[in-house]
Design a protein around this ligand. Structure first.
Ligand code: FMN
Length: 315
């Protein structure tokens, strides 16, 4: 049986973290992951059903609700757009900290002021650089980050523009630092978990596979669409985003291939993943998934996913 320092650092049973899935997260889902022995994560628009709702107020409600559903730890994710991006992630951090959250996952740029604030609060800090780099990993380590996430191009969501796959990214980051590294990108089942650990990861960060679970709030239509699709149905809709084909994705893919530079902005203006994935309007917006979807054949419970992936670990 394997063990990992991640479980001790986070106070969880298994070294599996549910990746931030933005709109597709809520208290029920996150609590289900934590109750299954992993660590759930509330994403930036957790629990919201409309862009008009205030994200911070909704986050506070989701944290309170999750605390009713689990006594296990869960995290809150914030996106940091640049080295100077402080005000918004700081507001989210303070709201979540006041509500009792003590584990934070920052995705994006390194903002030393924010990192220091989170570490000074006594919280645990997990960092995911969008384009994982040796330089960024080393800097994050010196700033007191507890766990690094090494994400490969195989992932769903906003993908690394470097194009480096999960198999090259994990060992590159593992070899650069002494802190534990969690692997992400295309991990669909226990084979992916074993591969990540063989490459030196000490945990896994799983997004797409968790979308197709009973407890996830993604629409049934989108879950079924993922099951019915293969990687051959996937297109790049912008330099850093892929989608299952639909009329909008096809249009963006064509424009992107023809050199129109603002397709990312267009995907955002169309609501990103919300219309198709949350609302079930499959022809609208982005159906964001990783390149491992061939291995998703059915809707499982969160616990089934965790148990299958974590079968080598002590329980
Ligand atoms: C629909 C969707 C939404 C995502 N939203 C976020 C987000 O808000 N913040 C973030 O850091 N990562 C986000 N991600 C990326 C995940 O955190 C993670 O890197 C990725 O899902 C892991 O790879 P996998 O999907 O291959 O398991 C998202 C991914 C997907 C599929």
């Amino acid at each position: 049986m394997k063990t990992s320092p991640i479980t001790k650092i986070l106070g969880i049973k298994y070294p599996i973290i549910q990746a931030s899935l933005n709109w597709l997260t809520d208290a029920k889902f996150v609590a289900a992951v934590s109750n299954a022995g992993g660590m759930g994560t509330l994403g930036p628009n957790a629990g919201k059903t409309s862009p008009d709702q205030d994200a911070t107020e909704m986050l506070k409600k989701q944290i309170a609700e999750a605390k009713k559903l689990t006594d296990k730890p869960f995290a809150v994710n914030m996106i940091v757009n640049s080295e100077d991006d402080f005000a918004y992630p700081d507001k989210t951090f303070k709201a979540a900290f006041d509500a009792g959250v003590r584990i934070f996952i920052l995705s994006g740029a390194i903002n030393p002021k924010l990192f220091k604030e989170i570490k000074d609060s006594g919280s645990t800090l997990i960092f995911r650089e969008l384009n994982p780099s040796v330089e960024g990993a080393k800097k994050a380590e010196t700033l007191g980050v507890d766990i690094l996430i090494a994400t490969g191009y195989d992932e769903g969501g906003i993908i690394p523009t470097t194009g480096l796959g999960t198999f090259t990214t994990i060992p590159r980051i593992v070899d650069a630092v002494s802190i534990p590294v969690v692997g992400a990108g295309g991990i669909m089942d226990v084979r992916g978990v074993r591969a990540a650990f063989a490459l030196g990861a000490q945990g896994v960060y799983v997004g797409t596979r968790f979308i197709v679970t009973d407890e996830n709030r993604t629409s049934y239509a989108a879950k079924q669409k993922i099951i019915d699709s293969t990687v051959d149905d996937v297109v790049l809709v912008s330099p850093n985003q892929r989608s299952i084909k639909n009329p909008m994705a096809d249009k963006w893919a064509k424009e992107f291939n023809n050199g129109v530079k603002d397709t990312y902005q267009q995907t955002r203006e169309a609501g990103g993943v919300r219309p198709a994935m949350l609302d079930g309007k499959l022809d609208d917006g982005v159906i964001s998934i990783d390149v491992g979807i061939n291995d998703i054949h059915d809707i499982k419970s969160v616990k089934e996913v965790v148990d299958e992936m974590m079968q080598d670990f002590e329980n």
